[in-house]
Design a protein around this ligand. Structure first.
Ligand code: GLN
Length: 489
């Protein structure tokens, strides 16, 4: 099998058996990236020398019997908003163009300790605001299935890199769907962990009460492997959850069995006007597959779901307006040198450094937090957030997991929604509520639409229900086979 076809699990086996080396693996992925990057543009930066230096170190450790574990020497692409010491961390923004990370995020530290190779920085919508990577200040990435289409966003570069086999797996971040929606558009697996399962320390904050880092992989098993590595309580992030977490890969070792599992189909999701018929067909067929495997399908109502998008865009922008205040031309990144005084330094640095969507959201967020409007918008949104959360709590009394499309349609053409922010915001209609409720969700491929592009199937579970959604996803993958990837040759 060509090395670029290996999953994390297969690469670990090959490394352990001495059938390959980290250098050989990394060289194969680097060669692939060199061949397809001019078309896919998944990476903002990929430092060949640095990758090979890390690979040689991993090979030396393994040769001397001091491997850091089974994954020592396996390359992993990282979204450009997660700090890796010494590497750029632009968040897809001009304002952070000159910045290089001076420390490791907690997830980075854990993965480094496990021996993973940091294989490039992937493209994203600026500060993770968007659903297509078209908001990146460095130009959009392309969907490897159809280069005229978007790969989704905001972790579109990570999804495209994995789907184009430029890396075996990647990390993304998900505030309202940014792991699951691009995974769905690119036909790979993407998991958003329960809020607090994975540390956010070293993830550049967009909306702190919604953000989570998670794996983007070719198989369900690989998602479990990465989640095992990055989860857990962190003294550097007081919102992480205490308790013994992990054991996700081990949970997949038993044969996947969904007999007796109650799978909820949210009525409101399937009734949504914008749901494309081909996506509906593929997702309903997946539900039927589960039924054949012995699961029970139950209709579930989530009555407050229709407020999810509006609620999200109040809370997310409010938090973003506060989080992005630190980018002022003084403390981080680009500064406008022509400014005459401090105020003008702030004003010009931010005016030039931020793109239009980021500015739109800072303005919106400042507005909903301003006195006089706070009660009408922000406070009310927080109350509706509780109602949405309660809908899910009730739903998980009647079912074990929820099944829905990941997105209302397959990947759209570049430019199709960029002039209409509201149309773009609706691309996350199915994913946003999991972030508002703090629960977990996974997207996995379930066939293709009429256009031949991948359809994403979303499974959501209650807080800390990761084992359940991974096992349920595994059962489907066993039937459907692992993600098929486009040739691109
Ligand atoms: N598309 C949504 C937004 O623009 C979600 C992005 C994300 O999850 N980071 O906010």
């Amino acid at each position: 099998m060509p090395l670029i076809d290996l999953t994390i699990k297969q690469a670990a086996t090959a490394l352990a058996a001495g059938e390959t080396t980290s250098r050989a693996l990394c060289e194969a992925f680097l060669a692939r990236a060199e061949a397809v990057e001019p078309r896919v543009k998944a990476f903002l930066s990929l430092d060949r020398e640095d990758v090979l230096r890390q690979a040689d170190e991993a090979d030396r450790r393994r040769a001397s019997g001091a491997a850091r574990g089974p994954y020592d020497g396996i390359p992993l692409a990282v979204k450009d908003n997660i700090n890796v010491t010494g590497q750029p961390c632009s968040c897809g923004s001009k304002i952070l163009a000159p910045y290089r990370a001076t420390y490791d995020a907690t997830v980075t530290r854990k993965l480094r300790e496990a021996g993973f190779i940091f294989f490039g920085r992937t493209n994203q919508d600026e500060f993770a605001m968007g659903s297509s990577t078209e908001n990146s200040a460095y130009g959009p990435s392309a969907n490897p299935w159809n280069l005229e289409c978007v790969p989704g966003g905001s972790s579109g570069g990570s999804a495209a890199a994995v789907a184009a086999r430029e890396a075996p797996a990647a990390l993304g971040s998900d505030t309202g769907g940014s792991i699951r929606q691009p995974a769905g558009f690119c036909g790979i697996v993407g998991l958003k962990p329960t809020y607090g399962l994975v540390s956010r320390f070293g993830l550049v904050a967009y909306a702190s009460s919604l953000d989570q880092i998670g794996p983007m992989t070719r198989t369900v098993a690989d998602a479990a492997i990465l989640l095992d590595q990055i989860c857990g309580l962190d003294p550097m992030d007081s919102t992480t959850l205490p308790g013994a977490h992990g054991g996700y890969a081990a949970a997949l070792e038993a044969p996947a069995d969904v007999r007796g599992l109650r799978i909820g189909l949210p009525t409101e999701y399937f009734a949504a006007q914008g749901l494309a018929p081909d996506v509906r067909r593929a997702v309903e067929a997946a539900a039927k597959t589960y039924e054949k495997l012995g699961a029970t399908l139950v209709e579930i109502s989530l009555p407050n779901l229709r407020y999810a998008v509006a609620t999200y865009y109040i809370i997310a922008t409010a938090e973003a307006s506060a989080n992005l205040a630190r980018f002022d031309g003084i403390r981080y990144g680009a500064r406008s040198p022509e400014a005459k005084d401090l105020l003008e330094t702030y004003r010009l640095s931010r005016a030039k450094g931020f793109g239009d969507e980021v500015k739109r959201r800072i303005i919106l967020g400042t507005y909903v937090l301003s006195s006089g409007y706070y009660d009408a918008y922000y406070l009310r949104a927080q109350k509706v957030r509780t109602l949405i959360r309660n809908d899910f709590l009730r739903a998980f009394e009647a079912c074990d997991v929820l099944l829905s499309p990941t997105a209302p349609e397959t990947a759209f053409k570049r430019g199709a929604k960029s002039a209409d922010p509201l149309a773009m915001y609706l691309a996350d209609i199915y994913t946003i509520s999991a972030n508002l409720a703090g629960i977990c969700g996974i997207s996995l491929p379930c066939g293709t639409g009429d256009d031949g592009l991948p359809v994403g199937l979303q499974l959501m579970g209650p807080a800390l229900g990761e084992k359940k959604i991974l096992q349920t996803a595994q059962a489907f993958e066993n039937v459907a086979g692992p993600a098929k990837l486009p040739e691109l040759d």
